[in-house]
Write a protein of this length. Structure first.
Length: 266
């Protein structure tokens, strides 16, 4: 299933994204309730996807990010972030960094370089702590697309990543949550990023240094994850700057595309 969070007029809700078999057009079928909190039912209301505004599919309490999870990306960033490590590198983005597909990425005045980092993201289904590898699949609700936007110069000068990663709008997520994928399927997806249509990143989740069960097991060894929390799995090589006025689009095979334009912060 593809579960979206959307706005139509003054109403915000969840819906199933479906493709009409005859026309090939996408529609969203409204749901009652919250997909992560209980039973959901179709209301019978249906709208063209093009007639609604897609929002971030979840509002997480936190975004947990895995750094240095592609070997070629580690190599291209070693002057800033150092060499690879035996354990996953974990950092957080605040919930206020989360934004949706089509929303602007604000370029802060205090930074001269804003970088894109396209990633596949995991959406957590239930409260969990100390999850063994073999139980990782039990706490995954689904997968989505994310952009770990980074103020690269601040990341280098601050010597830690909170400010560089945490600005408002620095975590676009969407366009929906895709459920029903096995971990094996999720670990063999193409991840691409384009800037104004030009491909900048092109990798596969099969290149992970730390796999999905390992990531979930490690993170939950010291942190409780809650329903709707989002775990970013790392970015492939090719990260780079995006300028005001440019549009950056991240696509994960089978999960969809998010596109966001960089604008001045007033």
């Amino acid at each position: 299933m593809r579960i979206a969070r959307f706005a139509a007029g003054d109403e915000v809700g969840f819906g199933l994204v479906e493709t009409d078999t005859d026309s090939g057009e996408d529609f969203v079928a409204r749901l009652t309730g919250h997909p992560l909190l209980g039973d959901i039912k179709l209301t019978g209301e249906r709208a063209k996807l093009s007639d609604v505004r897609l929002l971030s599919p979840v509002l997480p309490t936190k975004v947990v990010c895995i750094g240095k999870n592609y070997a070629e990306h580690v190599e291209e960033m070693k002057d800033i972030t150092g060499e690879t490590t035996d354990e996953p590198v974990v950092f957080l983005k605040p919930s206020t960094a989360v934004t949706g597909p089509g929303d602007p990425i604000f370029h802060p005045t205090v930074t001269e370089r804003v970088d894109f980092e396209g990633e596949m993201a995991i959406v957590i289904s239930r409260p969990c702590r100390e999850v063994p590898r073999e139980r990782a699949k039990d706490v995954i609700f689904g997968y989505t697309v994310a952009n770990d936007v980074t103020a690269r110069d601040l990341q280098k000068t601050d010597k830690q990543w909170t400010r560089a990663k945490g600005f408002d709008s620095f975590c676009p997520i969407g366009p929906w949550i895709t459920t029903g994928l096995s971990i094996e399927e999720a670990e063999n997806l193409r991840v691409t990023t384009t800037v104004d249509g030009e491909t900048r990143q092109d990798g596969r989740t099969s290149q992970f240094i730390h796999d999905i069960p390992g990531i979930i097991s490690y993170v939950t060894s010291f942190m409780t994850l809650l329903p709707g929390d989002v775990v970013l799995t790392g970015t492939p090589a090719g990260v780079g700057p995006v300028q005001v006025g440019q549009e950056v689009a991240v696509t994960v095979e089978g999960l969809g595309t998010i596109a966001n334009r960089v604008v001045h912060r007033d």
